[in-house]
Write a protein that binds this ligand. Sequence first.
Ligand SMILES: [Zn+2]
Length: 737
Amino acid sequence: MRAVRVFLVPVVVALVWSVAGSSAYGFVTLKGYNGKDIYWDKAVIKWYLHPNGSSDVSFQELQSAVAAAFQSWKSVPCFTKQFSYEGTRTSDPQDGVYIRFVESNWDSSVDGAAAYAMTWKNNWGGGEKITNGVIVFNGQDVSWSTNPDLSPMSYQSDIEGVTAHELGHILGLDHSRELDATMFFTGGGTSMRTLEDDDRNGLCFIYGTFTQGKPCDSCNSDSHCASGICLQYPDGATYCGKDCWSNAQCPELFYCYALSSGTDQCVSNNTYCNQQGKNIALGSFCYGMETCQSGLCLVAYGDAYCSRTCTSDSVCGSLKCANGYCMKQGTKGFGEVCQSHHQCASQVCWLQSPDGVAYCSKSCSSQTDCPAGYACSGQYCITGGSGTYKADCEEDTECQSLLCFDPGNGDSFCSQKCSGDSQCPGTDKCALGTCSPIGSVPFGGPCQSGTDCLGALCKGFGATRYCTKTCAADTDCPGNATCLTAGYCSQASDIPKPCTDSAQCSEGQFCREMAGGNYGQCVVKCNAFADTGCSEGMDCRWVYVAASNQVLGECVTADPSAGTEGDECSQGLPCRPSLICAVLDQGTGHCYRDCKVGSGLGCSPGYDCVSANIAGDPLHGLCLCAGVCDPVITEPEPDVITSPDVVSSDRWTAPDQSGSGQDQKGPPGVDTSDPALADDPYTPLPGSPSQGSCSASPHHAGSSTIPGVLVVLLLAGLWVCSRRGRRHGRALPRHEP
Ligand SMILES: [Zn+2]
């Protein structure tokens, strides 16, 4: 190897240059403690399954999915090794690859992971020969699927895709910097089943021949690199560069370094192409939680960049604070197809039903701000149906105005919002914020005389006169009104005050739009995430306001007999109004806390907010335990961090080595970065451990209302986020796909 040594200048290189879409980063290999790439020496690599398989799919489905993942790697032409399924084993045979699911008591040290892989190496030679490996799936917190058509919005994870990723680790690959690669640090859908060039390159680098190394691709000799130069970085690791004569020719986070001899090379200004650099700035491309200064690498919508939590734009640099996280500013204009709010300059991606295609919206203050076919929701232009004013309708979406108004007789028509008569067509009146033909003021609305009212019945005194209707029994009357002996419905005092705007409501109330396009009612506001703000005997119920994409809470009568968090629930066995009953994984329904997808708001630490996939309520999520959810996780951080022995066997014997680990063929690989760990019999491979800070599932950040997108983040949350108690970045097993 030519080993050109690069001494990075200790200058903080401001990231003033960047190359759009540059993903010139590539595969990374795992190293033995001698610093060499690890690899399998055996010609035939056996694999085994635990006979219990997964509780989510049949054993046959599992076996087929795993076999397919092996086949993906096997089919790379440069790779000549064989894989051989050797049947089931109830314990690790330590002879090949052993795959099993953990359905309960998931190892708390990898709490947020969906799966992880551990590899053992021989202790003679350089410790670079892999002897055996284990892949452990988290069946406790993650629902697994083999469905090839698994929706990206599903809360489920794909067994084959995740197996392919974990197998990459087992074969000697670390996380890639290539966003699309199966070996990228997070992911989870079926797209991971298919290897990308970068994955194949990595495999060929280890097991075959490879000569096309890009910047940050591993190399051992100049011949591995497309530029013909293998660079040794100050930390001793060796990576390819790229010919350049100016920074502009280098990928983002690289600069053009002048070698003393030979063509100048693109050199990483992150910590030496090292995944644990923790020095990528906000908004820049990242490839692992530990690569960001903030510890939060947000992966979404074909992008990955460093983010952080925020309450205002002021801490977000060039990013924008949305949903509690710094997000990239959207660029898409009105009417452009979008998958998430933050892709839009307006920050509003409006999901148009029923085709499911969403478009960027724009803000508006009145109908005139919106083009034809769009209605001003009060904040944003949103799409409506074809129904013009007074057209018959049943649903809001049938109306251009998105307001299907039932004046009280069930004879709904498309109306429009107004604040005065002059805003209504012809001689129609503005009643209760809604344009109505004369004589159509609905029940409860104010009137001067019967001609104002639908039903021509105006009762009451002076300013309290209201439109009502005839009745024979209480059931004839809307809401809480009762049938008075006079034969018309009362305007019961507890009938909520009608409104069109929260400003019309008393303090502590908001104007809640009623179903069916009816005018709003003032209801008592509460905190839907904290379930607080209601008086005794009341519970705070989640309310999603589509028009403004807001989540509010309303106080409703509590049901003391209903289920509390974690209780079983079903049709006849409801949860308290502040909870949501969901059946995960075709099992029994349980009561979960509400949370806001995207921000995780509502969940306690240790929980992930998983989309509830409720049509029309896209922000609604369930708090699912991400692994360790008891109060204990209010972390004994200090002693964990200072402990020299974080990878102590009491942690690592747990997942796999029940006894059998004691007599493995040779001591496993150790992390060269920490000699103190060398004696640990279960120290897994070195490499980038991928633990970002894991508080409150940051990866959900900014996900938004479009489900397909959501999931990416969600998966990131489950898979990447891990080890809340151990941020010490080293010698951890490969986990999370
Ligand atoms: Zn991984």
